[in-house]
Design a protein around this ligand. Structure first.
Ligand SMILES: [Fe+2]
Length: 304
């Protein structure tokens, strides 16, 4: 499996858990699987060594998260790659301006998320780091659970650097830089959300109970990936799987087939999910403080 940083889980990690989808998770896209990312950008010795380290993270001698990171190799992006970014950005941001959380939109502005080119990660970090201490760190591919948790606990977000090919612009079964940077990183500029995410990583890293890990996987799914929030009496998007997916974003907000439940951490942790169709159940936050506080309470219980 080449890459998945959408969440630190896949079917091989946790029985019964699915592999989160970064592009359009709509049922119409699942039949074909002809994508290919520009893996030439990560086809080198540094990337192979980093992936080997990530695959073994947590075992004796594999405890340094820094070893999982690579350079972005920005010159590896083609003109087609750049056009893909701009196309994705334009068609999604117009909808998000009215329908995304204000916290997401403020974050996107704060990190200077631009339409005209794939973001150099160092430019994002130059804006992000002073705000919350978070950084986006390029990785070669799928980071298994322990490594992913370790990154989050360090206020670092493992970030896919490759971008989907133009002929797969509407559907990609794995995260790419559009999902990871456009979908995830703006929220890391928010002090409350970013504290939640670090606490999540610390809690997940420090539990070796499989049941707790599975519960935390569900929490990640229904918040970081597919969360909704109510702001000024209106439902808004914040989960990266919704933010980066035109089809599911609209479905999440408007479909009568979606059950939108008020967020409750215990209920979320008991809710199973499937990955191969639009989500029939979503959870709505009252505020990001609610999420941060619930996570702190849960982490304190897990870690004491
Ligand atoms: Fe994601």
């Amino acid at each position: 499996m080449p890459s998945c940083l959408t969440a630190p889980y896949d079917a091989t990690d946790i029985p019964g858990m699915g592999h989160p989808v970064g592009g359009n998770a709509g049922s119409e896209g699942m039949a074909t699987n002809t994508y290919s990312l520009n893996h030439g950008m990560i086809d080198n010795q540094q990337a192979q060594a980093a992936q080997h380290y990530a695959d073994n993270f947590g075992k004796p001698g594999f405890h340094d998260a820094e070893q999982m990171y690579i350079a972005q190799n920005y010159e590896g992006y083609s003109a087609e790659n750049q056009t893909t970014w701009t196309t994705l950005f334009d068609r999604q941001m117009e909808y998000l301006a009215q329908n995304a959380s204000d916290v997401y939109l403020s974050g996107a502005k704060a990190i200077n998320l631009r339409r005209d080119r794939i973001p150099p990660v160092k430019d994002i970090n130059a804006r992000l780091q002073p705000l919350t201490g978070w950084q986006s760190r390029p990785v070669p591919g799928y980071i298994p659970a322990m490594g992913f948790f370790a990154c989050l606990s360090r206020r670092e977000f493992p970030t896919t650097i490759v971008i989907r090919p133009a002929d797969s612009i509407d559907y990609l079964p794995e995260p790419d830089i559009f999902h990871d940077i456009f979908g995830h990183v703006p929220l890391h500029a928010d002090p409350v959300f970013s504290d939640f995410l670090q606490t999540y990583g610390q809690a997940a890293l420090n539990t070796d109970d499989e049941a707790h890990t599975e519960r935390l996987a569900r929490l990640f799914w229904f918040t970081v990936e597919f969360g909704l929030i109510e702001e000024a009496g209106r439902l808004k998007l914040y989960g990266s799987g919704l933010i980066s997916s035109p089809g599911e974003a609209r479905h999440a907000l408007t479909s009568a087939e979606v059950e939108r439940r008020p967020f409750d951490l215990e209920t979320v942790c008991e809710t199973t999910f499937e990955i191969d169709h639009y989500q029939p159940i979503l959870y709505v936050l009252e505020s990001f403080q609610q999420l941060r506080d619930a996570m702190e309470t849960y982490a304190n219980r897990l870690l004491t």
